[in-house]
Design a protein around this ligand. Structure first.
Ligand SMILES: [Zn+2]
Length: 233
């Protein structure tokens, strides 16, 4: 789970990886026989039994630096990724983070560019709201309308959703399924872990090869689905 790829020293939420560090992480992946792919591709491969060596790469919030910095590096290392964007804040900024710093978000052209270069464009809702704290109408608008807007913008079906703040409950899962998404990403594992609440591992500026090894092996048991969940949860 990445957010922003840029040079900065002002990073109170630790959501930023510098381009040289990101490149070293991609080189580490490829050097270990691994390949970064979008979540949709990872799930397709898992269903076909061909997911060995694939690692899902995600970028939350859809910062403009995704196309300015990350995209060229992903392509150089023959990787793809999923970028979770906010079609209600096109060309806006991350105003939901009270501490800042303000960072520009992708606009229409940026989102189309990401899709054109083979990245999976998926939804992070319209305006980065905590879906566990909104009324029913807002919940459905955030989930359903963002999917429609992205479909119109990219011309592609939109398979994935990512809960803002990783905040997920049964009601949010139900809304995401009803809107037609095929998977959704959360952050931490929990009772809802499964296709509609996939846990992810944060990767940051301090993650060198040794820490990536550790995170990869820990994630293997961290992502296990609880055995007593109903089908498709
Ligand atoms: Zn976010």
């Amino acid at each position: 789970m990445y957010h922003s790829v840029t040079h900065t020293t002002d990073d109170p939420y630790r959501i930023t990886v510098s381009p040289p560090r990101f490149e070293r992480q991609l080189r580490w992946l490829r050097g270990h026989g691994l390949k970064g792919v979008s979540v949709a591709e990872l799930l397709r491969a898992r269903a076909a039994g061909t997911a060995r060596g694939l690692v899902g790469l995600t970028f939350d919030d859809g910062y403009a630096d995704f196309t300015a910095e990350a995209l060229a590096l992903l392509r150089r290392y023959d990787c793809t990724a999923t970028v979770f964007v906010l079609p209600g804040l096109l060309g806006g900024a991350n105003d939901w983070d009270p501490l800042g710093p303000r960072r520009p978000l992708l606009d229409e052209r940026g989102i189309q560019r990401a899709a054109t270069w083979g990245m999976e464009v998926a939804s992070h809702g319209l305006r980065h709201l905590d879906l566990t704290h909104v009324d029913e109408d807002t919940l459905h608008r955030e989930v359903r309308d963002s999917r429609q807007l992205l479909r119109d913008l990219t011309g592609h079906d939109v398979a994935g959703f990512c809960y803002p703040y990783g905040a997920v409950d049964l009601r949010a899962v139900a809304a995401v399924r009803a809107a037609g998404y095929r998977y959704a990403c959360a952050i931490d594992p929990g009772p809802l872990t499964g296709r509609y609440a996939l846990p992810r591992v944060h990767v940051g500026e301090r993650d060198n090869g040794w820490r990536l090894h550790l995170k990869r092996s820990l994630h293997r048991w961290r992502r296990e689905e609880p055995a007593d969940l109903p089908e498709g949860s």
